[in-house]
Design a protein around this ligand. Structure first.
Ligand code: NAP
Length: 401
C-alpha cells in the first residue's frame, strides 16, 4: 500500500494519483471510507500523509493533535501529516485558491462568491486577505441570494457544484447581467471549461478553471509529505501534463478530409481512446443515410447534437466529428468544454463522397464555401492533410505539445 493517499467517501474519479506522481514521484492511493469507519481508518492506517476531501474536511479535525493556523481559521482540513504525537492537520486549498486568484485584479474589488459551502467560505476569506473591498457570499436561501445579489461585481467566484460533471452545461448565474465583471474564477475542474467559463470566454472576461487550484493544493501537500520544496516550475509542468492527458482532441473538417484515419493514429500516439461521432451515432440510432431518409437533415442534426453532448463530457479522447457538426452553434460548447479543436484541411478534389448523403447531393465546392468559415471560427489550429496520415498526426502533435 502507498504511504500517501486521498481520503473521502466516494472516490472513483480522482486525478490526485497522477498529480502527486508528477509532483513528487511517490505512489498515491484512493481511500473510499464510509463514515462509520473513519475513526478506525485514521487510527490504524499505515499512511504517513493524507489528503482529505468531501465529506470529511471537518470530520477529521477531532483526530488531529494539532492544526495549522489556516486549518484552524477555516475550520477545515484537506491535508494530514502523521507526526510522532499524532496527526497534524493543514489546509492547502487556501494556497491553491490564492494561486488561482493571483492574476485577477482582486485588490479593492467587489467580489461575489457563489455557494456557502467549505470552499465558498475559504474563497471569501482568501479574497478578503488579498485586499478585496467587499466580498458577498451568495447562498440560495441566504441574506444575499440569487434574486437580490448586486450585479456590480468585479470578480465572480463559482464555489457551487453547478456545471460540474455530469451536470455539464449549467451555470449558476448569467454573466451578461454583470457588466463590470473583470474576472471569473471557477473552482470546478471537470469539465475543464464549465458553461460559466465558456460564457466568460465568449464575453471576453478573463477566467480560470479549478484545475490550477487542484494542482497547487497538491503541490503544497506534497511538500509536507515528501519534506522537500517542490518548485513552481514543476507544478506548472504537472498542470500542463494533466491538461494534455485530460483534454479531448476534437477533429473537424469537410467530409472525407481524414478525420477518422488521422484520429485513430493520433489516439494511438497519445494513448487516448478514439471515438468517431458518426459511428457512435449510428450504433445508437441506425445508419445515417436511413436517418436522412426518414427524418431529413434537421432530424439527423438533432441526434448529432445529442451524441456530441455525451461525447463532449468525456475526457482524454480523440473525437472525430461529422463534417456538418459545425453547422449548429450549440455544438461548439459541447466539444469545447473539454477539448482542443483541430481543423483538418484537404483539397476538395481529394474528398470522397461515397456513403456521405450531403456530399452526394450538394456540390462539394458550395459545401466548402459554406462550411470552411465555420471550421476556421471553431478551430484552435488548422493542419493540412495533403501528405500521409502519419505526417498529419505529426503536425497535430507538434501543435498541441
Ligand atoms: P459543498 O460543501 O457541497 O458546497 C457547495 C455549495 O454550493 C453549497 O453549500 C450550496 O450553497 C451551493 N450549491 C449546492 N448545490 C447547488 C445548486 N444546485 N445550485 C446553487 N448552489 C448550490 O462543496 P464545497 O466543498 O464547498 O465545494 C464547492 C465546489 O468547489 C465543488 O464544485 C468542488 O468540486 C469545488 N472544489 C474544487 C477544488 C479544487 O481544488 N479545484 C477544491 C475544493 C472544492 P448554498 O446552499 O449556500 O446555496
Amino acid at each position: 500500500m502507498a504511504e500517501f493517499g486521498l481520503l473521502g467517501e466516494h472516490l472513483s474519479h480522482s486525478w490526485s494519483p497522477q498529480i502527486h506522481k508528477a509532483l513528487a514521484g511517490y505512489d498515491y492511493d484512493l481511500f473510499s471510507i464510509p463514515p462509520e469507519q473513519l475513526g478506525e481508518f485514521l487510527q490504524t492506517t499505515p499512511c504517513r500523509g493524507l489528503n482529505v476531501t468531501i465529506p470529511y474536511k471537518k470530520a477529521v479535525i477531532p483526530y488531529c493533535v494539532e492544526l495549522s493556523p489556516a486549518a484552524k481559521r477555516l475550520g477545515s482540513v484537506n491535508t494530514m501529516v502523521k507526526r510522532e504525537n499524532g496527526w497534524y492537520g493543514d489546509n492547502t486549498d487556501y494556497a491553491g485558491f490564492c494561486a488561482m486568484a493571483e492574476p485577477f485584479p482582486v485588490q479593492g474589488s467587489y467580489a461575489l462568491v457563489l455557494g456557502s459551502g467549505g470552499a465558498g467560505i475559504m474563497a471569501a476569506r482568501a479574497l478578503q486577505d488579498l485586499g478585496a473591498k467587499q466580498v458577498d457570499i451568495v447562498s440560495r436561501h441566504g441574506e444575499v441570494n440569487y434574486v437580490n445579489l448586486n450585479r456590480d461585481a468585479d470578480i465572480i467566484v463559482n464555489a457551487t457544484p453547478v456545471g460540474m460533471y455530469p451536470q455539464n452545461g449549467q451555470a449558476p448565474v448569467d454573466l451578461r447581467e454583470f457588466p463590470n465583471c473583470k474576472g471569473v474564477i471557477d473552482l470546478i475542474y471537470n469539465p475543464r471549461r464549465t458553461k460559466l467559463i465558456l460564457d466568460a470566454e465568449n464575453l471576453g472576461i478573463p477566467s480560470v478553471s479549478g484545475l490550477k487550484m487542484l494542482v497547487v493544493q497538491a503541490q503544497k501537500a506534497a511538500e509536507q509529505f515528501s519534506k522537500q520544496k517542490i518548485e513552481d516550475s514543476r507544478a506548472k509542468t504537472a498542470l500542463r501534463s494533466l491538461q494534455l492527458q485530460m483534454e479531448n482532441i476534437i477533429l473537424i473538417g469537410m467530409p472525407g478530409c481524414g478525420k477518422t484515419t488521422v484520429g485513430k493514429l493520433l489516439a494511438k500516439a497519445l494513448n487516448k481512446d478514439f471515438l468517431d461521432a458518426d459511428q457512435v451515432l449510428e450504433a445508437q440510432y441506425g445508419p445515417i443515410p436511413a436517418i436522412f431518409e426518414a427524418k431529413g437533415e434537421e432530424g439527423f442534426r438533432v441526434l448529432e447534437t445529442k451524441t456530441l453532448e455525451e461525447l463532449g463530457k468525456r475526457s482524454g479522447c480523440v473525437i472525430a466529428t461529422g463534417g456538418g457538426a459545425v453547422t449548429r452553434e450549440e455544438n461548439y460548447s459541447l466539444v469545447r468544454q473539454n477539448g482542443t479543436i483541430v481543423r483538418i484541411v484537404r483539397p476538395i478534389d481529394c474528398l470522397p463522397t461515397e456513403g456521405r448523403p450531403i456530399s452526394q447531393t450538394t456540390k462539394l465546392s458550395a459545401l466548402a464555401a459554406r462550411r470552411e468559415p465555420l471550421y476556421r471560427a471553431w478551430a484552435d489550429f488548422t493542419i493540412e492533410n495533403t501528405g500521409t496520415p502519419e505526417a498529419a498526426v505529426q503536425a497535430i502533435l507538434e501543435a498541441i505539445t
